[in-house]
Design a protein around this ligand. Structure first.
Ligand code: SF4
Ligand code: SF4
Length: 192
């Protein structure tokens, strides 16, 4: 059933717009006397908060090898559908797969950080690098080597998104077999 909504009648002051204009001008005037926040970028770099979602990187392990196991969970979680991964088998004893190719289309990325949240291996991360400049579209398709190079360049950075998320996560402990709920008893309701 349709609902009729009465339009609110504007007061005389609202129809004149003058009070709103004066209010806006007073706000502007107040800002004139506030501490200035203009930064002389790029000479002065802004200090970004921990967990800032800037340029991506692919992390490396203690042996300087790519951490990614090509599980594609980041690609599945990505709402912009901008991650493409092709896995390949590896001879390494500690994992079965690594990415043969790993691409992020940075022109489609919305910097939401969901890829970092979804990664079970702490293999993809976001840094505070905000200078994403390119002259062609192709340059904005970041491949595996570019993402690994970003890791080398930001290796010492503290407070990446991945590090912040890891700190806030509760440790996950897999329940032992004897802690798992047993099968429903015959004659039981079977429900919860
Ligand atoms: S930050 Fe978001 S949009 Fe960008 S690659 Fe990660 S999941 Fe996709
Ligand atoms: S970056 Fe993480 S989530 Fe993405 S494929 Fe590699 S291991 Fe899986």
């Amino acid at each position: 059933m349709a609902i009729v909504v009465e339009a609110r009648k504007m007061t005389l002051a609202e129809r004149l717009y003058l009070p709103a204009v004066i209010k806006g001008m007073l706000l502007t005037l107040a800002h004139l006397f506030k501490k200035k926040v203009t930064m002389q970028y790029p000479e002065v770099q802004k200090i970004l908060p921990p967990g800032y979602r800037g340029a991506h990187r692919l992390n490396k392990d203690e042996q300087d090898r790519i951490k990614c196991v090509a599980c594609e969970m980041c690609a599945v979680a990505c709402p912009a559908d901008c991650i493409t991964i092709e896995g390949m088998e590896t001879e390494w004893s500690d994992r079965e797969k690594i990415p043969r190719t790993f691409q992020i289309d940075m022109l489609r990325c919305i910097f939401c950080g969901m890829c970092v949240e979804a990664c079970p291996e702490d293999a993809i991360d976001m840094t505070d690098n905000i200078e994403l400049v390119a002259t062609t579209r192709e340059e904005m398709i970041w491949d595996r080597e570019r993402l690994l190079k970003n890791f080398d360049e930001t290796r010492d950075q503290q407070g990446t998104l991945g590090q912040v998320l890891r700190k806030s996560r509760k440790p996950f402990t897999r329940p032992r077999g004897d802690q798992l709920p047993g099968p429903p008893s015959p004659g039981g309701s079977g429900g919860h």
